[in-house]
Design a protein around this ligand. Structure first.
Ligand SMILES: [Ca+2]
Ligand SMILES: [Ca+2]
Length: 564
């Protein structure tokens, strides 16, 4: 099934995706399926003779071959000598037995010291069979092919995650997309106001996303008006944990971790109060009048926010870190400073780069950023705007992150796969790599995870936004490299296994940034803060290219609110 786009996506997106696909396909020589290894044979056999002969077509060889043919019933032709006193033989087997049985027959001949069927070997890259993975390769694949790639096929040879690790997605809830539903564990709906929840009630045990659309005639507290549902939580969750190697849809970063949907954002966004409770519950901390989380998350992904880190957000991060929980947050899409909670101390703050590795024009940056991950878009120096039309001069064109979504403008209708852009989709790539690190070693602390991610990041490409001018140091340690991170992270001791519960807390956790503090949060307009959805980037035309960066943003929500 090819990557299909929602009808809301502009034609330019479709064209861009075609370009992306072309780049992906041209960069891959031999896609191979992951999973159990099944040998592919050539019909040839490698043989070592007991007398050590390695000649070809010599009279002695020919005589020996005729005798072996007689005893084994095989048709044998010499092909070439090999190193190590071996010969390669082409063999015809009239009995129809398999290659291993034929080799055994050869070995039973007294003239044969050993015989092994020649077979195909394959690159130690794990490439899943999901049909849309070709669209994902420019950002998930090897940096040799695409500078922004996070090197996942190599990483998947080290780990594909563990089902014992839970990753919470604090977002708009979820839809049971057929390429995602099997990965989920029970979550919770933390939205208190019914006009935000749109599910008819307040908090409850069902985090299903009924849609965060804003109906016509409704004005949000931040002044924004009608909008379609974003299905943001489903899209973010799919980046981490779409069902992978199942022959449909997209691949997730982690093939086995379980995803916990924690619903905090609905119509007009999320309340800080609901979000703090949701984040804390996700990590196993108690929330009044809410049942304990039966499967606490080791990783909490939060792709929404706004304002600056308040004392209560910082306290939540501190308590989560102390419980061994790693918090990964998107820096935001306002082409400005890092927004809360990504600016809290102890959070792994993630900015976004395009497939060519340059920081995306929309992405927030600042000293709080720990690392950059692919988020689609266009590198800041590559974007130009003329007559209201944005052009991305990168050879790869505009970049997109493939995500699972739904075509419903209000409630859910048809499931889909759509291209998305934003730091919202960069953060879950980091979260998925972190969950694979935890699969290798559940005892890793937030601080250690942060240190390893930063230490193994690849440098930002030379002569791009993050390496020039006064931007140096604003984009984190570099570009995420999943393979390098999994290789460098300390492995579990023999006494530790991935099926064990999380390690006990070890203290204050990560210190990935110097932000945080106790400033009061403005929480976004009207006290709400909303997902950094890229939906608007996809669905609405272009507007506003001002400020210090070459900004490409949606018309809706740019100045009024947080829907970006
Ligand atoms: Ca509810
Ligand atoms: Ca899939």
């Amino acid at each position: 099934m090819p990557l299909t786009l929602s009808k809301a996506c502009p034609r330019s997106l479709q064209l861009a995706l075609m370009i992306v696909a072309g780049v992906a396909l041209s960069g891959i020589a031999f896609p191979v399926a992951a999973g159990a290894s099944v040998a592919t044979y050539t019909g040839n056999y490698i043989v070592r003779w007991r007398d050590g002969s390695t000649t070809i077509d010599a009279a002695g060889d020919t005589a020996r071959i005729r005798r072996v043919e007689s005893s084994t019933g095989l048709g044998i032709a010499l092909k070439r000598p090999m190193s190590g006193t071996m010969q390669l033989l082409a063999i015809q087997d009239g009995r129809g037995e398999g290659p291993e049985a034929v080799a055994k027959r050869l070995r039973n001949d007294p003239r044969v010291a050993d015989a092994v069927p020649d077979r195909w070997l394959r690159l130690h890259d794990t490439v899943p069979n999901d049909p849309d993975f070709s669209y994902q390769l420019p950002y998930m694949g090897a940096p040799a092919n695409s500078a922004g790639g996070v090197n996942l096929p190599r990483a998947w040879d080290r780990s594909r995650g563990a089902s014992s690790v839970v990753v919470a997605v604090v977002d708009t809830g979820y839809l049971p997309h057929p390429d995602l539903a099997g990965r989920l564990v029970a979550g919770y709906d933390f939205i208190t106001p019914t006009d935000v929840s749109q599910d008819g009630d307040g908090r409850d045990a069902d985090p299903t996303d009924p849609g965060d659309y804003v109906p016509s005639g409704t004005t949000c507290p931040d002044g924004s008006g009608a909008s379609n549902s974003t299905w943001h939580g489903t899209r973010v969750a799919s980046v981490i944990g779409a069902i992978t190697n199942n022959g449909q849809g997209i691949a997730g970063v982690d093939w086995n971790a379980r995803i916990q949907p924690v619903r905090v954002s609905g119509r007009c966004g999320a309340l800080l109060s609901d979000t703090i409770d949701g984040m804390r519950w996700a990590g196993g901390l108690s929330v009044p009048n809410v049942p304990p989380n039966p499967t606490p998350a080791r990783v909490v992904n939060i792709s929404l926010g706004g304002g600056t880190c308040s004392s209560f957000e910082q306290q939540a991060i501190n308590d989560l870190n102390a419980a061994g929980v790693i918090v990964v947050a998107a820096a935001g899409n306002s082409s400005g400073a890092v927004e809360s909670p990504a600016d809290c101390t102890g959070v792994i703050a993630v900015t976004a780069h395009a497939n060519d590795g340059e920081n995306a024009s929309y992405a927030n940056v600042g000293p709080e950023v720990a690392i950059s991950a692919p988020g689609g878009g266009c590198g800041n120096s590559r974007l130009s705007v003329s007559g209201g039309v944005a052009t991305c001069a990168s050879p790869a064109g505009m970049s997109y992150i493939a995500t699972l979504s739904n075509s419903g403008a209000a409630g859910p209708t048809t499931y889909s796969v759509v291209g998305s852009q934003g730091t919202s989709f960069a953060a879950p790539i980091v979260s998925g790599v972190v969950s694979m690190m935890l699969a290798q070693n559940p005892a890793l602390t937030p601080a250690l995870v942060t240190t390893v991610l930063k230490a193994t990041a690849r440098p930002h490409p030379a002569n791009t936004y993050c390496t020039t001018g006064d931007h140096v140091g604003d984009c984190g340690a570099g570009l995420l490299d999943a393979d390098a991170a999994l290789a460098a992270a300390p492995k579990a001791s023999p006494a530790t296994s991935t099926t064990q519960p999380p390690a006990p807390p070890t203290g204050g956790g990560g210190s990935s940034n110097g932000g945080g503090g106790t400033s009061s949060s403005n929480g976004g307009g009207g006290g709400a803060f909303a997902p950094w959805s890229a939906a608007a980037l996809l669905m609405i035309g272009l507007a506003g290219f001002a400020r210090r960066r070459c900004v490409w943003r949606a018309g809706r929500g740019v100045t009024q609110g947080r829907l970006q």
